[in-house]
Design a protein around this ligand. Structure first.
Ligand code: BT5
Length: 275
């Protein structure tokens, strides 16, 4: 393992570790945070764990994140909650999604880069990146947040029907994984700094506004699956609430759905799925 740790870090790209193979970077980083805490230390904010390959990469709600060895960026960061309460964590997620959006947009010239609720990044309506956020609680307070990010960088082929893409597929050329890592880390660091100052002055409106500007499908008719009833829902996307709920207009009635209630399937006239 190649590892680099410092006490006070001004540049997050300078602290972290890189491993060849791990089950999940989120799980391993959580273990490292715990092991550090036992010795009375905390990992510096922005400490990252990168892997060339994950044998059990995780998505949300028990789903799987797949990536062939060495082709994509697989990284987890240990971040602070930026002064947010546990019930405000969706703001944290929105801020991270926008930072990943900006990092992806840095490498994409022609196609539109969007955020799909709650936290996927799309290029040309295909998924290029996913984010998995897991908070660690201590006495009901968020002590540390593990932010796992997978960005498809040089992968060329995806499972049929997955509706995924990579930076290389969209740009037509290979990209250095380290360039993507450095860009992502810098975007995350400035986004986290910005969030802390927004929370300090109690104004997070601009964050929500920007999230809506980048939101895939806003104002459009989309089809979702209700994860409890397994039925399909057709609704026009009205907004995303600060709680993280998605507000839909379903045939003239407004409904709010939580992150675990529904899953996006496709636009009304699109037969392919984004998983
Ligand atoms: C996510 O979940 O999109 C969060 C993915 C987070 C992955 C990172 S990698 C580093 C860190 N360590 C981990 O163990 N995880 C994080 P979700 O919204 O549930 O989407 C998962 C779904 O995306 C799967 O069910 C597949 O349909 C699809 N999928 C899997 N691999 C993909 C890929 N490489 N590109 C696009 N879609 C993919």
């Amino acid at each position: 393992m190649e590892r680099y740790i410092k006490e006070n870090v001004e540049d997050w790209t300078k602290v972290g570790a890189r491993v060849t193979q791990v089950r999940s970077t989120n799980d391993s980083l959580r273990e490292q945070v715990k092991a550090f805490a036992k010795t009375g230390h905390v990992l510096p904010e922005g400490y990252s764990l990168k892997a060339d390959f994950q044998s059990a990469g995780k998505g949300r709600l028990g789903r799987i994140w797949e990536a062939p060895p060495g082709e994509n960026l697989l990284v987890s960061y240990a971040l602070s909650s930026a002064g947010l309460r546990p019930d405000q964590l969706f703001l944290f997620l929105q801020n991270i999604a926008l930072a990943v959006h900006d990092a992806v947009a840095h490498f994409v010239q022609r196609e539109k880069v969007e955020v799909k609720w709650p936290n996927d990044i799309l290029v040309g309506e295909r998924k290029v990146a996913g984010i998995l956020i897991e908070s660690m609680l201590k006495a009901d307070e968020v002590s540390c947040i593990i932010v796992g990010i997978g960005i498809n960088v040089n992968q060329q082929g995806f499972e049929e029907g997955m509706k995924a893409t990579s930076l290389a597929q969209s740009g037509g050329r290979e990209i250095e994984l380290q360039d993507v890592f450095l860009t992502l880390t810098q975007k995350l660091q400035s986004a986290q700094d910005h969030l802390k100052s927004m929370v300090a002055i109690g104004d997070v409106y601009s964050l929500q506004q920007r999230y809506h500007q980048k939101l895939f499908g806003l104002g459009e008719l989309l089809i979702f699956r209700n994860l409890k009833t397994e039925k399909e829902i057709l609704g026009r996307v009205l907004s995303v609430l600060p709680s993280g709920e998605l507000k839909l207009d379903c045939g003239g009635k407004e409904y709010c759905f939580s992150l675990d209630d529904i899953r996006f399937l496709r636009k009304q006239n699109d037969v392919r799925h984004i998983k």
